[in-house]
Each structure stands twice: as C-alpha cells, then as structure tokens.
Design a protein around this ligand. Structure first.
Ligand SMILES: Cc1cc2nc3c(=O)[nH]c(=O)nc-3n(C[C@H](O)[C@H](O)[C@H](O)COP(=O)(O)OP(=O)(O)OC[C@H]3O[C@@H](n4cnc5c(N)ncnc54)[C@H](O)[C@@H]3O)c2cc1C
Length: 497
C-alpha cells in the first residue's frame, strides 16, 4: 500500500486525500485548525452558523463536473444543496443608474434575461455565450476528458489569453452590458487588462449552468470528504499543523507536526499556500529561481465580510445573490483602495426547511490586504481597539450601500460580526488573506501556472494557487495532482468514462 501525507485539510487537501484513499493509498492529512475544511469551515455566532469562505457551489448541476467527481467518491446523495432560483440566479444593482438587473440560468435563460434589458443586443449576447462555451470546451480536465498530458491552455482558442475585458468588448460596445457580462469579476479577483479570458469564461459558464448553496453549512461537505478518507483507513490530524518539512537532496524525508509527530510517506502533497510552504522548509529545498518566481506572483485581493443575524420575519430569504456596484464602469476596479467600497455581494444562506424569511445574511466586500497592513503582526482577538474601531467604520460604510439596495435594511439587523483580510489570513493560513490565491495575468501567463509537480521528487502541490480556485477549480487541480502520482488520465478515465 502506497502512502501519502497531505499538508492542509482544506478543499484541495481533502479532495486529494479522498481520491487517493479511494485509489488504495494510506492517506494522512495534517490540518492546523481544530476542524477540517479550510474555506469550507463554518463558525457559530449569536446562535447562527455562518459559512466562512464558500457560499456558492458550481459544477453540481446534473452531469456537472464536480457532481461527477462526487459521484465517483460516492458522496453526492449525502450532500445538502439548494439550487438558486433558475429564473433569477443573481441580481445586480448599479447605483449610478438606480437600476436592478436580473440574470437567468441556462444558455437560453441567460441570453433572454439580458436581452430583456437590451433587445438590440440579443444576437451579440448569443454570440458571446457561444464563445464562452466554445472556449471552455477546450479545457480537458473541466470536461473530465483524457488529455495528452500537455498544457492545453496555449494550444487552444486564440482568445484564451485575451484580457477578459477585451474578450467581452469583442461582442458588445454597450458599457452597461459589458459590465453586466463581467459581473462575476469579484468572484475570480478580476483585474482589467490582466485576468485571462479563459478564467472569465470558465466561471461564467459554470454559473450559467447553475449554482447551488450549502444547506445548514458548508462544513458538512468537508466532513463528507473527510469521511471518505477515514472509511478507507486514512487519518486526519486536526489542530496539529505541519511545522517542518525535512528535505534532503530534493527529496522529502518527513513532515514534523506542531506536536512533534513525525510523519513519513512515499509521497507528500502540499495543499497550502506555496509561500506558507516555503516557511516550513530549508531555504535551499527548492531551486532559488523557483522560489524567486513564486514569490513574485501577486495574490488576488482579500475581502471584508459582514455576518449578520437578522431579526425574525424582517428580511425575506433571497434565493439568489445580490451584487452592488457603484457605477457601471467599476466592475474591474475592486483593487482601488481609494474608492472602497466599490461594490459588494450579499447573500442569505439557506436553513434546513428554509421559510420565507432569512435568519442571517453574509456580505462580502473585496478589499486589499494593504488596508490592514498596520495590524499585520497581530493575532485574532488581540489586534487592539483602533482595529475594532476601524472595522466598525468599514461596516458602517458597507451598510450605507446596502441601504440603497434595501431601504430600512439596518433595522433588520439583530447582531453583527465582521471579518477583515487578517481574519481570513489567520484562519486559513492564506497569504495576505487572499480569496482566490495567486492572481492570474494573461500578460505573463507563465507566472499564473504553478505546476503540481515540483523539483522535489516526492512532493506535489495542490490547492487554489496552482490553477483555478473555488468549488470547481480546486477539485480539478486535485485531479491533476493525484494523476501526477497515479499516472496521466488515471482518474479522468474512471470519473468521466
Ligand atoms: C471569504 C471567501 C469567500 C469565498 N466564497 C467562495 C464561493 O462562494 N465559492 C467558491 O467557489 N469559492 C469561494 N471562495 C474561494 C474558496 O474558498 C477557495 O478557492 C478554496 O477554499 C481554496 O481551497 P484550498 O484547499 O486551496 O485552500 P483552503 O480551503 O484555504 O485550505 C487550506 C488549508 O490548509 C490549512 N493549513 C494552512 N497552513 C497549514 C499548516 N502549516 N499545516 C497544516 N494545515 C495548514 C488551513 O487551515 C486550511 O484548512 C471564497 C474564499 C473566501 C476567503
């Protein structure tokens, strides 16, 4: 029986662990937090459970990519998901126009919903959606199709590496419609002139295919993955992070945990931020050029979050997410601190037997780490009064925007807690509190593609920094990582076949 030690029990580490366990490996996962899940963790405040870093799941529609992976792992039937409203899956508010726009599901629903506001653009919208689907059809792993093991990104459509904003502009010159087609930009850390069109296309296609929400908390999904590992004889060590990775002659000899447990295996997978990994290793473990290259990759932005307990019967449950944007031109401007908050996302997580009214709401507002730089050496609960005052001020600013969407919203709030980029950094160990890992830049695509195979022979990488982030992207990278050990197409043939 081959063995593997996985550092990080988040989405990436757990998917790698579950798939390798199912393939007969003895799996040991090392997680620094007391619970597994990373971005799938939840926490309880004021008697309510809140998801921390995973509010929406994509790829779970019938035949969807993640659903097929979950089928293979045998956990689909035990998942508790609620599909968003197919007629209005997302709602966008442009403050400068005081106008709401509703987005429908499915290729036709998406086009119809936007053509209702822009009838003269129907043909352009159809061409745009066709191009998005055409582009995503080239990504082998997204379609769970065997590949030749080469890097297909460069060989596919010539639009792949256009900036996303330029790709959209090929189909319409209407600035409002351009912004609407890019409304998911804060869900992939979009940057004007930088974010590659393929990132935009994949996220857009997945949302058009339909999004779901976790009923009763995203941590249940983490527990299902952890269950697969345990069922196959694996171990998950929680509250005992990796403290050292001993590397000699480009070979990992062992992982030492915070409580001095020494773990040895045939293979090692790092499913934490690569910068965090470097801190656990001897300085020369990797070739210096590799470390220099990785260190120079910018992270995608972080966020300021509000977790709200709502007064009973005060605010209706919304079976879609809402997006606020100050102005139609702001969709690519979330990385401009002087204009904060440029926009936000509001959602009401569903309960078991969800009724007409929401019991809680989560508001996520993109924010740069530089905003909290002055407290970077502090830890949770000990950041000082000035930090707490700063958070209160930011929450007030955010709620002023929500009032514009929902007059009287503030009076619906019973209790409120907030989280900053520092909270995200300290809970997940995500560098600078980044939401989505390394930022993708089509002008330097080599910097955005971190291979899962490393110069250390028995060490592999996984997680959101390697490729795409999120509920669909991270499991796909987990397939790449596992196949680097199991052999090309080993899993894809089983899952997709
Ligand atoms: C606020 C927020 C909202 C988001 N919303 C969504 C969404 O709605 N939909 C979506 O698809 N994506 C969303 N994302 C992105 C998504 O959460 C991430 O892409 C995903 O969780 C990344 O998975 P990962 O395994 O790479 O990292 P993580 O899930 O962060 O897992 C890393 C794990 O490693 C552990 N770790 C770190 N250091 C060590 C160590 N030394 N030893 C042991 N363990 C260690 C951490 O505790 C953590 O459990 C959101 C992210 C954030 C922050």
């Amino acid at each position: 029986m081959k063995s593997v030690v996985i550092i990080g029990g988040g989405l990436g580490g757990l998917f790698c662990g579950a798939m390798l366990a199912k393939e007969g490996f003895f799996v040991q996962v090392v997680e620094k937090n007391v619970t597994v899940g990373g971005g799938l963790q939840t926490f309880t405040r004021f008697g309510e459970r809140f998801d921390t870093g995973m509010h929406t799941a994509v790829g779970m529609s019938h035949g969807g990519t993640v659903r097929r992976i979950c089928d293979y792992l045998g956990i689909t039937e035990r998942m508790r998901l609620k599909d968003v409203d197919p007629l209005c899956s997302d709602r966008i508010f442009f403050a400068d126009q005081q106008q709401w726009y509703e987005i429908g599901n499915g290729r036709k629903g998406f086009v119809d919903s936007l053509a209702a506001y822009f009838p003269e653009e129907r043909e352009n919208l159809t061409r745009y959606v066709d191009a998005v689907y055409e582009m995503t059809s080239h990504v082998d792993v997204l379609n769970l199709r065997p590949s030749d093991g080469g890097v297909s990104l460069f060989a596919s459509s010539q639009d792949f590496l256009l900036p996303a904003d330029a790709f959209i502009a090929k189909f319409t010159d209407n600035p409002t419609l351009q912004s609407l087609l890019a409304y998911l930009s804060p869900l992939y850390g979009g940057r004007k002139g930088c974010t590659p069109a393929y990132v935009h296309a994949i996220l857009t296609m997945l949302y058009i295919e339909g999004a779901s929400r976790f009923v009763g908390g995203s941590d249940r999904f983490a527990e299902l993955l952890a269950g697969v590992i345990r069922e196959h004889g694996g171990n998950i060590l929680t509250g005992d992070g990796a403290a050292w990775v001993e590397v000699n002659d480009r070979h990992v000899d062992y992982v030492l945990t915070e409580s001095n447990r020494k773990l040895q295996a045939d293979y090692y997978i790092s499913a934490i931020h690569p910068m965090a990994l470097f801190q656990l290793m001897p300085e020369k473990a990797f070739p210096p050029a590799f470390v220099k290259r990785v260190t120079s990759i910018p992270n995608s932005y972080s966020a300021f979050c509000l977790f709200l307990k709502l007064k009973p019967g005060s605010f209706r449950y919304l079976n879609f997410s809402e997006y606020y944007l100050r102005g139609q031109g702001d969709i690519w401007c979330f990385d401009q601190p002087d204009r904060w908050p440029v926009g936000l996302m509001l959602m009401t997580p569903p309960e078991e037997n969800q009724g007409d009214f929401a019991s809680k709401a989560i508001i996520t507002v993109p924010m740069l780490f530089s905003e909290v730089e002055r407290w970077k050496d502090t830890r949770v609960g000990r950041r000082g009064d000035d930090y707490l005052q700063w958070k209160d001020g930011k929450a007030t600013q955010v709620l002023e925007l929500v009032e514009q969407m929902h007059p009287g919203f503030r009076s619906c709030i019973e209790r409120m807690d907030t989280a900053s980029p520092l909270t995200i950094r300290d809970h997940y160990g995500s560098w600078e509190g980044t939401l989505y890992g390394f930022s993708k830049d089509c002008n330097n695509i080599a910097l955005s593609q971190l291979p899962v195979v490393t110069k250390i022979r028995n060490l592999f990488l996984s997680g959101q920094c390697c490729n795409l982030h999120g509920f669909c992207g991270v499991p796909l990278t987990a397939i790449n990582t596992c196949e680097a050990i199991l052999g090309v197409n080993h899993l894809v043939n089983k899952i997709g076949g």
